[in-house]
Design a binder for this molecule. Structure first.
Ligand SMILES: Nc1ncnc2c1ncn2[C@@H]1O[C@H](COP(=O)(O)OP(=O)(O)O)[C@@H](O)[C@H]1O
Ligand SMILES: C[C@@](O)(CCOP(=O)(O)O)CC(=O)O
Ligand SMILES: [Mg+2]
Length: 443
């Protein structure tokens, strides 16, 4: 589908016939009139957001086919996309100080290296393709720094999506996140979900449901599925072996039960009060996930039962949350939730993803009668603390003060917001819009 900017008529997508047929068969293409995307000027900017996530239970075990419960956060990653009159593809990643541009003709060379057999079921990048992308970007072999990984992830999604669905024209992409990066709150997945949604829209593979003034819209279910699949390919590049839970939350939002690729939204959940603490100890999800796999391979009879127990914790937690939501024995069920948090934190230490900074978090909150565990990949990063409905504001303030004295960031969070969305600029908080516009525009 061609996405056009009325007067200036900037076409930003021409799907190949093959992709168009498949997609229209799946009702992915616009049903009637083609959608219009308005690019070019400040007021024609197009903005996409995807939320971060908190894993309540099941991190790491979920990589090995166990159940995880995860919920979206009110902290998001934002992507600004606009056409670039300068015949360039620009990538601005202000969080990590990356500002690059390429000639589309040069990127076309990359597309010939990416073989995409099935547009609805994207294949994982192979080593030869990754080497081509790396050489193209001038990234030395074995580089694992943040910038290199983020650039490779963009180049892969750009090349594979334009090979699959249609040439992506010159455009200026900026991704900025209010999430701490590399801290267990799913910034990598939010980055991939935003990129997948933007590039699929620009290629014409999915529609562009342009939001009304001051409004936000979302894609239809088939389109969300496609966004999620491509975001998962991006996560593979960043994480090595992701479970898919983070990109599922980034795509659909809300609270989910994730089990071996099966995503079930949880309908019966109480409003949970959660304190999030960022220990600011940096770590890499990829390294931690690989460490658990090594332990499992080395000591299967010891580690497997731990993962089974984490699975049981997630299932029990789901049951208890439903009971609380129905108002059944709320106090008693909160006690069970606290116990599950304590047990899981011990398990996560056993499988080697704890950290002294997280131990301190747990000990400190325990002095206030509160229960904490790491969330996400661990090894530092963030932990969550469950607050009861009746935990007093003074108790929360006191624990926050003590944690901040340790140098940690600490805030009570809002959970359960929507997944990947398209925003009209006027629907965004003006500070966020300003921030997205302040970063250098396409010349
Ligand atoms: N806003 C962003 N801009 C650029 N890269 C990002 C952004 N958010 C995430 N990333 C990429 O994701 C990586 C962090 O992923 P990961 O280690 O899984 O931590 P987490 O997902 O818990 O934040 C970063 O090193 C970077 O490559
Ligand atoms: C450890 C894991 O369960 C979650 C990782 O989350 P994060 O990247 O630390 O936000 C890995 C995964 O599920 O892919
Ligand atoms: Mg991640």
């Amino acid at each position: 589908m061609g996405l056009t900017d009325g007067a200036t008529c900037v076409s930003i997508g021409r799907s190949s016939e093959v992709a168009r047929n498949i997609l229209s068969h799946r009702k992915l293409a616009a049903a009637s009139e083609p959608s219009r995307i308005h690019f070019g000027m400040a007021n024609k900017t197009f903005i996409i957001s995807a939320p971060g996530k908190v894993i309540l239970h099941g991190e790491h075990a979920v990589v090995h086919g166990k159940v995880a419960l995860a919920v979206s956060l009110n902290l998001k990653t934002y992507l600004r996309i606009q056409p670039c009159s300068d015949q360039k593809v620009q990538l601005n990643l202000p969080n990590i100080n990356v500002h690059l541009n390429w000639k589309p003709a040069a990127l076309q060379f990359l597309q010939s290296a990416i073989d995409v057999a099935d547009v609805l079921n994207p294949k994982t990048a192979n080593q030869i393709q990754m080497d081509q992308l790396r050489l193209f970007a001038g990234i030395p072999e074995g580089s694992t720094d943040t910038a290199s990984i983020s650039i490779l992830c963009f180049l892969y999604l750009y090349s594979a999506i334009s090979t699959s669905y249609g040439q992506i024209p010159s455009l200026d992409i900026l991704v900025w996140s209010e999430l701490p990066i590399g801290a267990g709150l799913g910034s990598s997945a939010a980055y991939c979900v935003c990129l997948a949604a933007a590039l699929l829209s620009a290629s014409g593979a999915i529609t562009c449901p342009v939001p009304q003034e001051k409004d936000t819209t979302r894609w239809n279910e088939d389109e969300l599925e496609l966004i999620n699949k491509w975001a998962f390919q991006g996560e593979k590049l960043i994480h090595g072996n992701p479970s898919g839970v983070d990109n599922a939350v980034g795509t659909w939002g809300g609270m989910l039960r994730y089990h071996a690729g099966k995503i079930v939204p949880l309908s019966s959940v109480p409003t949970l009060r959660i304190l999030l603490t960022n220990t600011k100890v940096s770590r890499s999800t990829k390294v931690l996930v690989a460490g658990v796999k090594d332990k499992l391979n080395k000591l299967p009879s010891i580690i497997k039962p731990v993962l089974d127990s984490i699975d049981a914790i997630s299932c029990e937690c789901e049951r208890v949350l439903a009971a609380i939501a129905s108002g059944i024995a709320v106090d008693e069920h909160y006690r069970i939730l606290e116990e599950l948090i304590d047990i899981n934190q011990h398990h996560l230490n056993v499988i080697g993803v704890g950290h002294p900074s997280l131990d301190r978090l747990c000990q400190l909150t325990a002095t206030y009668g509160l229960h904490s565990k790491l969330t996400g990949a661990g090894g530092g990063g963030c932990g969550l603390t469950l607050l009861r409905p009746d935990t007093s504001p003074s108790m929360v303030e006191a624990s926050k003060r003590t944690l901040k004295d340790l140098g940690y960031d600490c805030w009570e969070t809002v959970i359960g917001g929507s997944g990947v969305s398209l925003h009209s600029p006027s629907s965004l908080h003006k500070d966020i819009f300003q921030l997205l516009c302040d970063v250098k525009n396409c010349q």
